[in-house]
Design a protein around this ligand. Structure first.
Ligand SMILES: [Zn+2]
Length: 59
């Protein structure tokens, strides 16, 4: 079900981001950034979602 260009996230995180993606995929350009402890996703309409990541395997 995941879109090829979606960020790879955990299941819980994925649900929230997936809802955001579904809401905005025809709305504007989606952009995402993954940091060590959070994931940002923005839409050109100005929407923003920030999700803190759970336990992250430290490289
Ligand atoms: Zn949007």
């Amino acid at each position: 079900m995941h879109r090829a260009n979606a960020v790879v996230v955990t299941t819980t995180l994925g649900a929230a981001l997936e809802a955001f993606i579904l809401e905005h995929e025809y709305c504007g350009e989606l952009d995402s950034a993954v940091e060590t402890d959070r994931v940002w996703m923005t839409c050109t309409c100005g929407a923003l979602i920030v999700q803190a990541l759970g336990p992250v395997p430290v490289p």
